[in-house]
Ligand binder design. Structure first.
Ligand SMILES: *[C@@H]1O[C@H](CO)[C@@H](O)[C@H](O)[C@H]1NC(C)=O
Ligand SMILES: *[C@@H]1O[C@H](CO)[C@@H](O)[C@H](O)[C@H]1NC(C)=O
Ligand SMILES: *[C@@H]1O[C@H](CO)[C@@H](O)[C@H](O)[C@H]1NC(C)=O
Ligand SMILES: *[C@@H]1O[C@H](CO)[C@@H](O)[C@H](O)[C@H]1NC(C)=O
Ligand SMILES: *[C@@H]1O[C@H](CO)[C@@H](O)[C@H](O)[C@H]1NC(C)=O
Ligand SMILES: *[C@@H]1O[C@H](CO)[C@@H](O)[C@H](O)[C@H]1NC(C)=O
Ligand SMILES: *[C@@H]1O[C@H](CO)[C@@H](O)[C@H](O)[C@H]1NC(C)=O
Ligand SMILES: *[C@@H]1O[C@H](CO)[C@@H](O)[C@H](O)[C@H]1NC(C)=O
Ligand SMILES: *[C@@H]1O[C@H](CO)[C@@H](O)[C@H](O)[C@H]1NC(C)=O
Length: 807
């Protein structure tokens, strides 16, 4: 029985077209009920399960003392609670980011001056449920926990303001709340300021903190107000700043009474309890405005965004915004288990956390353009996160692109990794390029109406491609060397600098240039288009046709480091893989001259999305190419934890064996991505892994900055994606869908033929963007025989640069 997706408009006070779908049994399909925020909260996923709106600047959540507390929280209940802070990233590696301005409720210290305020002495165990899990709950826009001392904490947020609700048990004589100014995630806070207004209890605070993935520090500001809920107080009955474990009763300023020792600073306020009033619990609201500009602005943000102190209203507004986004994707769940639907919507949710909308909070310059921050990093997100945004949220995409162009105008280059206005270490090339190009290749016709000026966008791309910054570790690329040689030489002395990641950067630069050629073509800049297409072909300069993996003589030729004089250096192709005899790493902190970042040469030797046809030639033809793909999977060289591997399962498409892609892609999901708290194999990377999982479940893999998307069978008999800017809905339906085999290798999961709007389609292996620019129905005929093909026509195989595919 097919549920009918009858739509109805919720009684929404908002402009959005928030809706839910109802099936024949009358159950309302609310995508929010399928969002599990705890996926990836252990095992290094570093996902953020707190409260935020889509792309909200404020991400308010619980902080724990876990070593993996990059997003504050840890799903393992053994870790104790250190506070509830206002800012977090999502899925990042590097040092622990943000986690600024923790609030912490203190149940019952007898005397104000003796309250223990340091993070080590105040932290508290969580409450365990009978099954051993922590008593924590989260849904889009809301988080709650019960601490082991029976204090209940609830959190919600608007864009720049957090609202906390602390409910103390009736026996709490003087409920107190602490504001920690110095303990961000790295305990890096210096120059703390904190002042308390005795009349109102308002605390204003600021500090200077370390960025987490590179050089630079940033200032942040907060403004905290309190209000009794269900009862009234005018002001706190006790207040004062604290330094380490010494609160100073009736002090009003952190700088007043202390001589300079100790590094933990903050403020503490105590309130009358509501317990006289019939032994009721005491609920206190704390409203925290945040700013990167000033405490005045932090207070103004708080007053503007939450003037009414209405916790439920803030939750509902947030839910409405999330529902608006998530309802753009609809699925028929017949024959699909709940976990798969949960994985889909939870993944979609996590693609809307970063970058974050810091408009009005740019510490660098004043501008009327939007300002987004929290690019962590474009190397991670360009592959799948932004192509997913193209499908269902181009309006947000356009604002992010405008913000990036504005950064380029003021700083000279597009952002790559960016945190709180600081430039962080690049990972690959200038991977802002494929993001801008992805936008323009898909929305060239809508760009103007969305506020994106084509010439500015193109100039920003050219800046990355042509101008060498002084420090290309934090922006741009080594453009001069790239232009001169067509690869980045591995000689460590070559033109100085931290000469790392030479081979992977060469491959990224080539892809970046490909994306520029795509934009140039649309703009009618034909000679530029050819120039950048030629530069995109320079990936071959890093291909050493003679290198083999020790003991695997049949697989010949790998991407390798090359010296400036044209001779080769050698990096064992297994370097940085599970079979690396040296067990080396290839992250930023590794001492390395081997040329590769976060993946092995084996993986990078598959990474030429612009020209897989040429790669197949280099690897010795289709049979050798398939043999190599199989060898990669059978020997665990495929690495689901890092982005350069993401396309590999789908690469059989280019060998005209899409059935093999379906198996590999589904095996990847089955082995590494699920709905349990350890359901990610590594960092979520700002939603990069989430967007990757979404595409696989939707039966697609995108080729960024092209108008083609690789196609396979979705995990749902029907999935539709609504694009509000294009006013289109594309539905992919599968005939003969019989469910998803557990291991992904059998069953009706292979695409035998495709029709679009009733007409046979030119390929079973990819869809053109044209399919998405109108309301289309794509029908897949599924079969259980894996030997399906892309089709027989001349356009059946997905395009490649060297075969003229993108012309
Ligand atoms: C959490 O706190 C409890 C009680 O103080 C302590 O026994 C436990 O070891 C702490 N957990 C961790 C991971 O430090
Ligand atoms: C709080 O402190 C008061 C006074 O010391 C004491 O009577 C009460 O039992 C304490 N409550 C809790 C929950 O510890
Ligand atoms: C916490 O306790 C309250 C009852 O006081 C309960 O309603 C709630 O479900 C508990 N768990 C969480 C995570 O809020
Ligand atoms: C090329 O450069 C490398 C590194 O500087 C050097 O070791 C090698 O001897 C040079 N080879 C030739 C042929 O110049
Ligand atoms: C060649 O590569 C090896 C191993 O990666 C490295 O130790 C060495 O420094 C490189 N040689 C030069 C001249 O860069
Ligand atoms: C869930 O995913 C994690 C991370 O990839 C993996 O370690 C675990 O085995 C998976 N769990 C199941 C039940 O498949
Ligand atoms: C669904 O996921 C949960 C973990 O979140 C797991 O315990 C359960 O076994 C899964 N169910 C199925 C049918 O895979
Ligand atoms: C697939 O479905 C079509 C009708 O939609 C039916 O004619 C055909 O027999 C089915 N094939 C298989 C293998 O189930
Ligand atoms: C696929 O395999 C089936 C048998 O499993 C065979 O009947 C069919 O001809 C094969 N198709 C192709 C395209 O090789």
């Amino acid at each position: 029985m097919k549920p009918s997706f009858r739509l109805f408009v919720l009684l929404a006070t908002v402009k959005s077209y928030a809706y839910a779908a109802q099936n024949q049994d009358g159950d309302v399909f609310d995508p929010l009920s399928y969002v599990n925020l705890f996926i990836g909260t252990v095992n290094g996923g570093h996902t953020f399960p707190g409260a935020t709106i889509p792309h909200g600047m404020v991400k308010v959540g619980m902080d724990t003392d876990s070593p993996g507390n990059h997003a504050g929280y840890d799903g393992d209940p053994q870790y104790n609670v250190t506070g509830f802070s206002q800012l977090h990233q999502e899925g990042t590696g590097g040092a622990v980011p943000l986690s600024n301005f923790k609030l912490f409720p203190i149940l019952n210290c007898t005397v104000f001056e003796q309250c223990l305020t340091t993070i080590a002495s105040r932290k508290i165990p969580r409450k365990f449920l009978p099954n051993g899990s922590p008593d924590d709950f989260a849904s889009p826009g809301y988080f709650s926990t019960n601490l082991s001392n029976a204090i209940r904490v609830e959190l919600t947020a608007t864009r720049r303001v957090a609202l906390h609700r602390y409910t103390f048990p009736p026996e709490s004589v003087t409920p107190r709340i602490l504001l920690d100014v110095t303990n961000d995630g790295q305990v890096s806070g210096i120059n703390p300021e904190m002042a308390i207004d005795p009349e109102t209890g308002r605390m204003i605070a600021s500090g200077n903190y370390a960025a987490s993935f590179g050089p630079g520090r940033y200032d942040a500001y907060a403004c905290v107000d309190f209000k009794g809920e269900g009862y009234h107080f005018d002001a706190p009955i006790e207040y004062g700043p604290y330094k380490i474990n010494y609160p100073d009763l009736w002090g009003t300023d952190i700088n007043q009474h202390y001589y300079s020792w100790g590094s933990e600073h903050g403020g503490l306020v105590g309130f009358p309890s509501n317990s006289d009033n019939g032994n009721k619990p005491t609920s206190i609201l704390a409203r925290v405005g945040v700013s990167l500009i000033s405490t005045e602005q932090a207070c103004a943000n708080a007053e503007e965004e939450i003037p009414d102190w209405n916790f439920d209203r803030v939750v509902k507004d947030s839910e409405d915004q999330w529902r608006d986004i998530l309802s753009r994707v609809k699925v028929d769940t017949d024959n699909v288990d709940r976990n798969t639907t949960e994985l889909l919507y939870s993944s979609l949710y996590r693609t809307h956390l970063l970058p974050a909308d810091f408009t009005g909070e740019n510490p660098g310059w004043k501008s009327s353009e939007p300002y987004y921050d929290g690019f962590y990093c474009n190397w991670d997100t360009y592959r799948t996160l932004f192509p997913l945004m193209s499908l269902h949220d181009p309006a947000t995409f356009a604002r992010i692109v405008r913000g990036m162009i504005d950064i380029q105008k003021h700083e000279g280059w597009l952002p790559e990794c960016r945190e709180m206005g600081t430039k962080q270490f690049i990972e690959g090339g200038s991977n802002g390029d494929p993001i801008l190009s992805e936008f323009y290749v898909k929305f060239d016709k809508q760009a103007k109406e969305l506020g994106v000026h084509a010439e500015d966008l193109y100039e920003a791309l050219l800046a990355d491609a042509e101008k060498t910054p002084k420090n290309w570790n934090i922006q741009g690329r080594q453009a001069d060397v790239w232009k001169e040689k067509g690869y980045i030489p591995s000689d460590t002395t070559y033109r100085g600098g931290a000469n790392t990641k030479q081979v992977s950067r060469s491959l990224e630069y080539a892809f970046d240039d490909f994306t520029i050629s795509q934009v140039a073509r649309l703009l009618g800049k034909t000679s530029d288009a050819h120039k950048y297409a030629r530069r995109a072909a320079n990936f071959v300069n890093s291909w050493n046709p003679d290198v083999v993996v020790p003991d695997t003589p049949g697989i010949i030729g790998f991407m390798q480091p090359k010296f400036a004089n044209g001779t080769w250096n050698y990096t064992d192709p297994r370097h940085c893989s599970v079979h690396d005899p040296l067990q080396a790493t290839c992250f930023l902190n590794a001492i390395r001259r081997d040329g590769f970042y976060e993946s092995s040469p084996i993986v990078y030797s598959q990474y030429v999305p612009q020209d897989t046809a040429r790669l197949i030639e280099l690897q010795g033809g289709v049979d050798k190419f398939v043999e190599r793909l199989d060898w990669i999977f059978e020997n665990d060289y495929f690495d689901s934890t890092n982005e350069p591997s993401q396309q590999i399962p789908f690469m059989y498409h280019y060998a005209n064996q899409p059935g093999r892609s379906a198996q590999r892609a589904r095996q990847t999901i089955a082995a590494s991505f699920n709905t349990s708290i350890n359901g990610l194999p590594g960092n979520d990377d700002s939603g990069s892994m989430a967007s990757y999982v979404f595409f696989y479940l939707a039966g697609m893999y995108p080729l960024p900055a092209t108008r083609q998307t690789l196609l396979s069978a979705p995990y749902f008999p029907s999935i539709s994606i609504h694009n509000p800017v294009l006013a289109t809905t594309v539905t992919i339906k599968s005939n003969n869908f019989t469910g998803n085999p557990v291991d992904g290798t059998s069953g009706n999961i292979y695409v035998k033929s495709v029709t679009v709007n009733g007409k046979p389609y030119k390929s079973n292996c990819y869809l053109e963007w044209d399919v998405f620019t109108e309301t289309s129905t794509v029908v897949l005929e599924l079969t259980d025989t894996a030997n399906v093909t892309c089709g027989t026509g001349k356009d059946a195989l997905p395009p490649s640069l060297s075969t003229g595919g993108y012309d």
